[in-house]
Design a protein around this ligand. Structure first.
Ligand code: ZN
Length: 491
């Protein structure tokens, strides 16, 4: 596996330590990240895992791994009370808006994609939907039943946590022991379909009013929340795959249940490296609709929310997320976002200055040092804030070189440019938003000139028409008149 260029160490939630990353079948890497439940607009809480695992995906690919990145869309079976009780969130939204559940799913899948594109988050290689994998989920339930780790009750099927725990330790990911779990379970005095309060649903019998339902050997019903990720992970990445990611809030019960389901079905651990990003707070508070600080990405990008002093651009948000290590908490506030905006602009300005520097005969700077330091930071559990700190150090050098107090020969200048573009754009996934604006502006200005030229031609003002054409040509832009109007291209 000499085509892999870097040795990466990552923090594994399962073993609670940093480990060298060695995939099952290098250079291939299987990576699964829990995606959104699509019943509302994407918010800050969606941005963080998406950006975190986007950078990990980008970096693994940059290092030479061939990554199959699977991120699911949860479009069914997500009940209000963790897994088992209440109304399906998608169905509830559909009822309130008088739409088909699948219309809700499509609408919010589209808006999620749009927001992720704005954040320059790469699309996964496979984006499976839970409703498209009911058969796989039914097969998994059958396997778990056959192995004796689940039971049927009133048309529903529950995972038998106690029985599982007799053979395999339950709680290895979250560190919660079964006897402690008793304290966490809220219910269940009196009658219950479950044998034990910490059992969770693999299959739920649908109530008569429940719209999203499928036939099964046990009832017309729908899969439990945790089931889809076990089923789709195994379907696309195999029974044991390399990386599973998600937010820390998913460790329990979701990922713990995923492990139990997969081990109960296949007798082996489904995932070798579990990675979790920490949570987002807003002005030190948890984000929540009742707290009035629930901010969607569209609101952030437009500034249209009472808690926001102004609009913050997608790259501002992306940069802000990357300025914290993914396992640290991240607190959104106007001050912090405005500081991040300055930092982002400073780096982009330095990048643009870098393009204008001319090499000197000798060099007073070793750009390899910067390059190595950035790789070292990424190899240490994807430490993006340290990468950014190193790049900030280099900004001083760039400004000094411009002022003539630091010298960069052709080799050092090239290494510096490569390092900046590799880390800023390829790995951190930032884009120069201003440059993007300029190219749009350029296009609109050229269109304007073409329109003025057309008007000139209409009144037979050939002099003006030719002047516009010739002067654009001098600027490197070629006009071509055809039947369908005038096209332009760079020469
Ligand atoms: Zn999941």
């Amino acid at each position: 596996m000499n085509e892999i260029s870097q040795k990466i160490f990552l923090y594994n939630t399962l073993t609670r330590r940093k480990e060298e990353f060695i995939p099952n079948h290098p250079p291939h890497v299987g990576m699964y990240v829990c995606g959104p439940t699509v019943y509302g607009d994407a918010h800050l809480g969606h941005a963080r895992p998406a950006v975190t695992f986007d950078v990990i995906y980008r970096y693994l690919k940059y290092c030479g791994y061939k990554v199959r990145y699977v991120r699911n869309i949860t479009d069914v079976g997500h009940l209000e009370n963790d897994a088992d009780e209440g109304e399906d969130k998608i169905q509830r939204k559909a009822r309130l808006e008088q739409l088909e559940p699948m219309e809700i799913v499509q609408r919010y899948t589209n808006s999620y994609h749009r927001n992720m594109d704005q954040l320059n988050v790469l699309r996964p290689d496979i984006e499976p939907r839970a409703t498209g994998h009911i058969i796989e989920q039914l097969e998994l339930v059958k396997k778990i039943l056959k192995n004796g780790f689940a039971y049927e009750s009133e048309g529903s099927v529950y995972f038998d946590v106690e029985n599982y725990n007799r053979k395999y330790p339950y709680g290895i990911l979250s560190g919660r022991r079964l006897d402690e779990l008793q304290a966490f379970s809220r219910e269940l005095e009196g009658i219950s379909e479950k044998r034990s309060p910490y059992d969770f649903a693999l299959w739920k019998k649908a109530q008569p009013t429940h719209i999203m339902r499928w036939p099964s050997p046990w009832s017309d019903g729908f899969p439990g929340w945790h089931l889809e990720c076990s089923a789709m992970g195994a379907r696309y990445l195999g029974e044991t795959f390399d990386i599973h990611g998600g937010g820390m809030d998913l460790i329990f019960p979701h990922h713990e249940a995923e492990i139990a389901q997969s081990v109960a079905a296949n007798g082996k651990q489904p995932v070798r490296y579990w990675l979790h990003n920490n949570m987002v707070t807003i002005n030190g508070q948890k984000m929540g609709k009742s707290l009035g600080n629930f901010i969607t990405l569209d609101e952030i990008f437009s500034g249209n929310h009472p808690k926001l002093e102004k609009a913050y651009s997608p790259m501002n948000i992306r940069f802000f997320i990357l300025q914290a290590h993914y396992r640290s908490t991240l607190d959104f506030s106007n001050e912090a976002l405005q500081a991040a905006e300055k930092g982002y602009k400073r780096l982009m300005e330095a990048w643009n200055t870098l393009q204008t520097l001319t090499p000197t005969d000798e060099s007073t700077y070793d750009a390899n040092h910067l390059r190595n330091a950035c790789f070292e930071a990424m190899n240490d559990d994807f430490n993006t804030p340290v990468v950014i700190a190193h790049l900030f150090e280099a900004v001083k050098t760039i400004n000094n070189a411009k002022a003539g107090t630091e010298k960069l020969d052709a080799t050092q200048l090239q290494i510096l440019k490569d390092t900046f573009s590799t880390f800023l754009f390829n790995i951190l996934g930032l884009v120069d938003e201003k440059a993007g604006d300029n190219s749009r502006l350029t296009e609109e200005l050229i269109r304007l000139l073409i329109d003025i030229r057309l008007e000139a031609r209409a009144r037979k003002d050939w002099a003006t028409s030719d002047r516009i054409r010739d002067q654009l040509k001098e600027l490197g832009i070629q006009l071509k008149d055809g039947k369908d109007g005038t096209e332009w291209s760079y020469l």
